[in-house]
Design a protein around this ligand. Structure first.
Ligand SMILES: *[C@@H]1O[C@H](CO)[C@@H](O)[C@H](O)[C@H]1NC(C)=O
Ligand SMILES: *[C@@H]1O[C@H](CO)[C@@H](O)[C@H](O)[C@H]1NC(C)=O
Ligand SMILES: *[C@@H]1O[C@H](CO)[C@@H](O)[C@H](O)[C@H]1NC(C)=O
Length: 157
């Protein structure tokens, strides 16, 4: 995969994971909807999306499987499928289950795209989480600092 496309893809995936993390935060305050999410049903729907994606990918020559340009629309359909199906059965999207299913799909299709070591395959999930959370916490810390400073300047003014 060419370096720019690869970087864009990584950003895309990281974006999904960061969203998932933020939704998890939200879900603690909106528990009732989460309670109606049937996880075995959700897993089944994810498998259905995965089967669609496998069929779509079968139409693409395997030598292009690492080239984002060739499979971005199929990949987009796949994530859209997991999103609409999750929401239809009252599950949040992204959710940890869909997320781990998407990572499983990545391992299946993109495990050989490791010229520069694929970020979501090589480090264990904990490392990945840390890689994502560090910038998120830095951002939150910066926001906190800005708020704190503006309060202080209010006091001083
Ligand atoms: C990916 O596919 C596009 C479109 O066919 C092509 O222009 C590009 O050179 C390919 N990139 C790589 C790294 O093969
Ligand atoms: C969850 O979904 C599965 C599969 O669709 C179904 O068999 C099961 O009865 C559901 N459980 C609840 C609590 O609705
Ligand atoms: C990855 O490479 C291995 C060994 O060459 C091969 O058996 C496997 O089918 C490949 N997987 C994909 C998804 O291309």
């Amino acid at each position: 995969m060419d370096a720019n496309a690869f970087a864009a893809f990584q950003l895309f995936v990281i974006g999904i994971l960061v969203n998932a993390w933020m939704m998890e935060g939200l879900s603690t305050t909106e528990a009732p909807r989460m309670a109606t999410c049937n996880e075995s049903h959700l897993l089944w729907e994810m498998e259905v999306c995965g089967e669609f994606f496998k069929k779509d990918m079968a139409h693409i020559e395997p030598q292009y499987w690492c080239n984002l340009t060739h499979f971005i629309s199929e990949y987009h359909l796949f994530t859209l499928c997991t999103e609409t199906k999750s929401q239809r059965i009252n599950c949040y999207w992204p959710n940890p289950l869909a997320q781990s299913y998407i990572i499983r799909i990545h391992k299946h299709f993109f495990s050989n795209c490791t010229m520069e070591h694929v970020l979501w395959v090589d480090p264990p999930d904990e490392t990945l989480t840390i890689l994502i959370l560090v910038p998120v916490f830095l951002t939150l810390a910066m926001i906190g600092l800005v708020v704190w400073c503006s309060k202080r300047s209010d006091l001083l003014a």
